[in-house]
Design a binder for this molecule. Structure first.
Ligand SMILES: [Zn+2]
Length: 317
């Protein structure tokens, strides 16, 4: 049974009223995951029924109930090839920002198998450590000689209070973590406590809706994988709520052609699709191709620039 009240669900950031968007029954989520990954069966992943709401004040989209993916869900999904990006736009962008500082201590929250920690360690003389909830990912970090701990942020803070683990960082990065959190505000308040007065906190998430979910459902940008869906105004409200300054760092959006084709490819053929399939898709789905081009040309702009699929916020005191 779906447990929610269509008129009383409040935004997890600003507590204003949420407006009901859609139901996402477990059976639908499972069917979409199978389609997306082109598999006939998936193991039991303990997925519940969700509903999606949008905040009437800050336009954050949020899942009710705020139940994150189970351990079985994350064990299954993190084993998919390419789940952790070897290279992200955020990596160099953050290195460029922090390389102007003398030294520092960096925490990577949701470090995965340590791709960013390896990257930053190879470029800057900086002490960097990571935390992640997936033990197999933490084990991979340790094999690479990276200091990583399998714990959430609350456990880290408790542990740091009674151990030699650092309890203040000059830089904290949380790439694609915020949207997985059941309590995003509590998460940011914890990160704020761990940040030095002159420190910088970098958060990145998809910019929702992402360009490939106009015509197709994107199971990985929805619950149980993503419990919140972010845009500029929801980030601005987040910064206001935790009383921090905010700056945005965003990549240049792909061309409308590339976005339309990516949407077609992922939407029709799923996660394992390749660029080679594109000509066949266009021939087989001419109307979808036309509609996609139109939708991509209409994508939201800010200051005249088309919004990309990623947004990174830099928060400071
Ligand atoms: Zn809100």
């Amino acid at each position: 049974m779906i447990n929610y009240n269509e008129t009383k669900e409040a935004c997890p950031i600003c507590r204003q009223r949420g407006m009901f968007l859609r139901h996402l029954p477990a059976i639908y989520i499972i069917r979409e995951l199978k389609r997306f990954f082109s598999v006939a069966e998936i193991p039991p992943l303990d997925i519940c029924d969700y509903s999606l709401f949008v905040c009437s004040a800050c336009s954050l989209e949020f899942a009710v109930p705020p139940v994150p993916g189970s351990k079985a869900f994350y064990d299954w999904i993190t084993a998919k090839t390419g789940y952790y990006s070897a290279s992200r736009w955020e990596y160099q962008t953050v290195v460029d920002k922090i390389s102007t500082f003398d030294a520092g201590l960096l925490l990577d929250v949701g470090c995965g198998d340590g791709e960013f920690l390896s990257f930053v360690g190879g470029l800057l003389d900086i002490k960097a450590i990571g935390i992640d909830l997936t033990q197999s990912s933490v084990d991979k970090c340790k094999k690479k000689g990276i200091e990583a701990h399998c714990m959430d942020i609350a456990t880290y803070m408790n542990t740091a209070a009674t151990s030699r683990l650092p309890d203040r960082f000059d830089f904290i990065v949380a790439f694609h973590s915020l949207e997985h959190m059941a309590y995003p505000l509590r998460f940011i308040e914890s990160l704020k406590q761990l940040l030095t007065r002159n420190g910088l906190l970098f958060l990145s998430t998809p910019y929702s809706p992402v360009s490939y979910e106009y015509s197709f459902y994107a199971p990985l940008n929805n619950p149980p994988h993503h419990l919140t869906r972010w845009n500029r105004s929801s980030y601005i409200k987040l910064a206001e709520t935790v009383n921090m300054k905010i700056d945005f760092l965003m990549p240049v959006a792909e061309s409308p052609f590339k976005r339309a084709f990516q949407s077609m490819r992922i939407g029709v053929r799923g996660y394992n699709s390749t660029i080679k399939e594109l000509p066949f898709l266009i021939v087989a789905h001419p109307l979808v191709t036309f509609k996609e081009m139109y939708l991509q040309l209409s994508r939201e702009r800010f200051n005249g620039k088309v919004l990309p699929d990623i947004i990174m916020a830099q928060l400071s005191f």
